[in-house]
Every structure is written in structure tokens, then in C-alpha cells.
Design a protein around this ligand. Structure first.
Ligand SMILES: [Zn+2]
Length: 236
């Protein structure tokens, strides 16, 4: 069976500027190669992920870093502009994400697993799920036109695979180098390791792709679960 993303519009909804690079950029790259439209929606600014030597205008710096990473992937970049640590599933955030969905019009959303390690990830997960329903509801007003169909929704693996039982795997062997180069764009975050030349995040990402690959008997993979609720299910 070959997974085919052609004709899809795939949107990753993540909390922080580097999350998509780590968790699903290989799958987005595969979708792009198949002819899909791809996008990354980053809900938080990354304004509190300070390295050892604090950066005054960190939100601006991280905006540039995520733009560079999205450029490597040739993905559209959508931003929610919430402050780090302040993301919650509330009416204001839902309205923001419904607007962004209606602008990009995804047929498939990749979202954080509801039990991932960071409170912003858990809030982003709840928001991505809620908006996947409300984007088609005419009672929820927005500037962009209401969507006709709900997107399918796949939960992404967790950071470091903790507490996540994969439902299926996407072979990303060809795209691990791209994922490394994307993560390398986030210089402010790589400097958070004790040694400036050492990048634990990149090593962790490669180790995770290797481990998920080993489970699926390929060199490197990203793991997902389908969100099996009404209107977010697809028949393949
Ligand atoms: Zn994150």
C-alpha cells in the first residue's frame, strides 16, 4: 500500500516554532513531493524559550528562525501569536484557529497528541481538534469563508515518544537530513544546550526517527494515530 497525499492540503498545527520540524516535517515533505499543499501553523511566538544568555527581542528572532525553516520545506507559515506558556483552549484562541483553518483550508490536520509533555502542546492539541469541527460551522463567524468539509485529523507522536502508542508510520528516510537542516535554523534553541556546538534537540529527533523506523522496518519514520471521530475519519 502506498500512502498518497496528492490533492491534499496538509496543515500541521503546533505550539512552538520548532515543533513541526521535530515531529512531522518528514511527512509534510513527502506530502509536498506528492503534490500536496502544505502549511505549518505555529500558535505561540516562542518568546519565552530563552537560551543561557537571554535574547532581548526573542519573539522577532524566533519569527525569523521559523520562517527560514518553513522556507527550506517550502511550506506556508501561519502564526497564532500567543505568548509561550499562555496557550489555553478558550473562545479567543478557537476563533483565531478557525480563521487560520479557513484561510488555509486543510483536508488533513496534524496535531499534538492530547497527552504530550508541555501544557502549550496539550492546549494546541485541544484547539486543533475543536477547530477541526467549528471550521465548518456557519455559526462561528470569520473573515475567511466557512469550510464545507471537516479535515481529517492525525495525532502526532510525542516529544521523545513518551506515552504514545503509534497507530501507523510514515517512512521519512529521505527527509531526515531536511529535518536536521530545519532544526538547525532554530539557533536560539540550539544554544540552550550546555555546549554551544552540541544540539541535544537534533540528536533526540534523529534518535526518535531511527527508533520509529526500526519499529516499522525502515531506516527512519514518523509515527501517528488517526483521530477516529465522526467527520474526521477518512476511508482509504
Ligand atoms: Zn513545543
Amino acid at each position: 500500500m502506498r500512502l498518497d497525499f496528492s490533492d491534499e492540503r496538509v496543515l500541521a498545527v503546533v505550539a512552538h516554532p520548532d515543533d513541526a520540524d521535530y515531529l512531522c516535517a518528514g511527512t509534510l515533505a513527502r506530502a509536498k513531493a506528492d503534490g500536496a499543499e502544505i502549511g505549518i501553523c505555529v500558535l505561540c511566538q516562542g518568546d519565552r524559550g530563552q537560551p543561557a544568555v537571554p535574547i532581548e527581542n526573542l519573539a522577532d528572532v524566533r519569527r525569523g528562525e521559523m520562517a527560514a525553516a518553513a522556507e527550506l520545506l517550502q511550506a506556508a507559515l501561519l502564526r497564532g501569536q500567543f505568548s509561550d506558556g499562555c496557550l489555553v483552549d478558550d473562545p479567543e484562541a478557537r476563533k483565531t484557529l478557525v480563521e487560520l483553518y479557513r484561510r488555509f483550508r486543510p483536508t488533513l490536520v496534524l496535531a499534538h497528541w492530547p497527552g504530550d509533555y508541555h501544557s502549550d502542546h496539550r492546549a494546541a492539541s485541544a484547539l486543533a481538534e475543536a477547530a477541526s469541527w467549528y471550521c465548518t460551522s456557519t455559526g462561528h463567524e470569520s473573515r475567511a469563508a466557512v469550510m464545507r468539509d471537516q479535515p481529517a485529523l492525525w495525532w502526532m507522536d510525542t516529544i521523545n515518544m513518551t506515552g504514545f502508542e503509534p497507530g501507523f508510520y510514515v517512512d521519512v528516510t529521505q527527509y531526515v537530513d531536511l529535518k536536521r537542516r530545519m532544526l538547525a535554523c532554530h539557533k536560539s534553541q540550539l544554544e540552550r544546550g550546555e555546549d554551544g556546538d552540541f544540539s541535544p534537540l537534533e540528536q533526540q529527533m534523529v534518535r526518535q526517527c531511527d527508533a520509529r523506523g526500526a519499529q516499522a522496518t525502515v531506516a527512519a519514520a514518523e509515527a501517528f494515530r488517526a483521530h477516529l471521530v465522526w467527520k474526521r475519519i477518512r476511508a482509504w
